[in-house]
Design a protein around this ligand. Structure first.
Ligand SMILES: CSC[C@@H](O)[C@@H](O)C(=O)COP(=O)(O)O
Length: 350
């Protein structure tokens, strides 16, 4: 059983507070949209798919406590609150895509005269609830497609060694994970010899969260610090790198956790295929390249402190972009729930 970080039943949403992991496993209640915005912005929940799911479920919880007899009021509330949730973190596109789709649904239900305000609310909540199961199914498909692409040119008895960055597992999604889903599938096929996960400074998603998931699932794994990647590739015969994505532009340029770009450059130098694993909800067809992706900058404190302990010299100034852009030319394949695409194929796939 993989970890579960989002607990939802009608009218009640709880998330595992990722700021406290791995020292403490504590669920906190998300009572509505205001709480949803805060837990995303503070990174108590993080990872592009999980941000969208928790944001939308926080709206479902809030709506379930209200009674509507006017469809116009309901439609306005839905649109205003979804746009507010999109503002919680700017780089991952999943929340924006979910908001656009849900606003389109709300407009359709609004125009349908056979639908009352209460039925509109129920149908809208049902749609949000379906995101949980769809995300897990998509991640399992990503796992299968990714594993078979990595294995396809290798002898059938060979084992693989994978490097991953940041956290893309059950904690970053509704369950199973994207890049970590590919690793889980390789492990279940008994073809994974070892996985290496980077620490992922400054917020340490690799050391705190990915390492936690790998130990929990008993997957053979080793933690490295971010500056060891070149040495690892030189000495440990890495088969492939698999990372997640926060936003993929239509030309394949990919925004992901800071440090991803330098790993892709190193992979090119060492001839190691570099894969991005992400659901279609991370692909932003509206932008032509990574130049149009807004990169979130996080507070200095996430660099200068570990917990309450200051590790940087007092008075030093900081630059703390949370993501970087890996150019499409460095990416061997984008693994999605619909198959594996070369970056140049992305613009034409549905
Ligand atoms: C399946 S999660 C994909 C990405 O969101 C992940 O790789 C990542 O960069 C997460 O960044 P974070 O700042 O922790 O939200």
């Amino acid at each position: 059983m993989t970890l579960k970080s989002i607990k939802y039943e009608k009218g009640n949403l709880e998330i595992l507070d990722q700021l406290l992991l791995p020292a403490q496993s504590k669920f906190i209640q998300v009572k509505g949209v205001e709480d949803g915005w805060k837990v995303i912005n503070k990174m108590q929940v993080r990872g592009a798919p999980a941000i969208a799911i928790v944001g939308c479920l926080s709206l479902a919880v809030e709506l379930s406590t209200e009674v509507f007899d006017d469809k116009k009021v309901l439609r306005q509330e839905i649109e205003g609150k979804l746009n507010y949730l999109v503002s919680s973190r700017p780089t991952a596109v999943n929340m924006k895509i979910a908001a656009d789709e849900l606003i389109a649904l709300s407009n359709k239900l609004y125009k349908d005269e056979t639908v009352t305000a209460e039925v509109m609310k129920v149908k809208f909540i049902d749609e949000i609830e379906s995101m949980l199961e769809k995300d897990i199914a998509d991640n399992k498909a990503i796992g299968e497609y990714g594993a078979s692409d990595i294995l396809k040119s290798l002898p059938s008895d060979s084992m693989v060694r994978i490097l991953t960055h940041c956290n893309t597992g059950s904690l970053a999604t509704a369950g199973y994970g994207t890049a970590l889903g590919v690793i889980r599938t390789l492990h279940s096929l008994k073809r994974l010899e070892h996985v290496y996960c980077t620490e992922t400074r400054p917020y340490n998603q690799g050391a705190r969260l990915t390492a936690y998931e790998l130990v929990h699932d008993k997957i053979p794994a080793t933690l490295i610090v971010d500056s060891m990647v070149a040495a690892l590739m030189k000495q440990r015969n890495i088969t492939a790198v698999v990372v997640g994505a926060d936003r993929v532009a239509s030309n394949g340029d990919t925004a992901n956790k800071i440090g991803t770009y330098q790993i892709a450059v190193l992979a090119k130098h060492h001839g190691v295929p570099f894969y991005v694993a992400a659901p279609f909800t991370s692909i932003d067809k509206k932008i032509i390249s990574g130049d149009h992706i807004i990169i979130e900058e996080r507070p200095d404190r996430e660099m200068t402190h570990v917990g309450d302990h200051r590790i940087a010299a007092q008075g030093i100034s900081c630059w703390n972009p949370a993501f970087d852009i890996t150019p499409a030319a460095l990416i061997a394949g984008i693994i999605t729930e619909k198959g594996v695409f070369r970056p140049s194929e992305l613009a034409n796939c549905q």
